[in-house]
Design a protein around this ligand. Structure first.
Ligand SMILES: C[S@@+](CC[C@H](N)C(=O)[O-])C[C@H]1O[C@@H](n2cnc3c(N)ncnc32)[C@H](O)[C@@H]1O
Length: 254
């Protein structure tokens, strides 16, 4: 998985900024219940690893609002290349000071080695310039016994194949397909990349789709069955896209 050019990354960032610029404060406030729920889920899962909340947590690429803003732990840090923009636009409704929100990228994390007990990387790796470097940096700033909470979208192979053809057609017309996402992963490639740096010790292949109010894997499976034709049928032909992959990882120590 190669890094994309600075030009391609800048286009993704411009599109991301335009997208968030069109979002109203009321939407962010309404959406908070989703992140509150996610942060409770994560806190509960982390209890398996940590006995107290006396931990230091970093979220990379947290955009306007995310888990970190609702996570009740001793020390919180957050970073995003568009942090200044989010702080200016949503600073009245979200207290970014509490999470030490700064501008920067996952490829060059301005934190010391082994600083964090937990790093959260949710819905960000496919937005980055160099996913491999982001994973390397994440490993560097995580304590040896730290935990990475990871989420990213993946796509089935036929979906990717067709989107590459569609992408070429769009390029001929001077346009970009899926402009906010410089990378689109197959599940295997995603897992291979994670496994270069981390041990995946728990995963949920179908992800945690909390926006749909699904509490656990059983609910998600039930929900997919209901959507037999729209979701299941295309999956037999590898045509499903934007599937959330979630896992908890430990640092790989050689
Ligand atoms: C889709 S948003 C994530 C929103 C939020 N995490 C969620 O899931 O609702 C992706 C964010 O990743 C940020 N991002 C893009 N490239 C990045 C990089 N190289 N390092 C860190 N964050 C990056 C973008 O600026 C954007 O705010």
């Amino acid at each position: 998985m190669r890094a994309v050019t600075p030009e391609r990354f800048n286009k993704a960032q411009d599109a991301e900024k335009r997208l968030w610029d069109s979002i109203e404060e009321s939407f962010i406030l309404d959406h908070q219940k989703y992140y509150v729920k996610k942060s409770k889920y994560l806190a509960n899962e982390l209890l398996k690893y940590y006995k107290e909340k006396d931990i230091c947590v970093l979220q990379v690429g947290c955009a306007a609002d995310d888990i970190i803003n609702h996570f009740l732990v001793k020390e919180r840090h957050s970073i995003d290349p568009l942090a200044d923009f989010y702080i200016k636009k949503f600073g009245k409704i979200i207290n970014y000071k509490e999470t030490n929100y700064i501008k920067g990228t996952g490829e060059n994390l301005p934190y010391r080695d082994k600083m964090f007990d937990v790093v959260i990387l949710a819905n960000v790796l496919d937005h980055c310039k160099d996913p491999r470097r982001v994973m390397q940096e994440t490993k560097r700033v995580l304590k040896d016994d730290g935990i990475l909470y990871f989420e990213c979208h993946f796509y089935q192979s036929s979906f990717l194949f067709l989107s590459k053809i569609y992408g070429l057609l769009k390029k001929v017309r001077g346009d970009l397909f899926n402009v906010c996402h410089p990378h689109m992963f197959l599940l295997n490639d995603l897992k291979k990349l994670i496994s270069r740096y981390f041990l995946i010790n728990r995963e949920e292949k179908l992800g945690k789709d909390m926006e749909k109010n699904l509490e656990n894997l059983r609910d998600i499976k039930k929900d997919l069955k209901k959507e037999k034709f729209t979701r299941r049928f295309p999956s037999y032909f590898g045509l499903l896209g934007v599937i959330n992959y979630t896992c908890f990882c430990e640092k790989k120590i050689l």
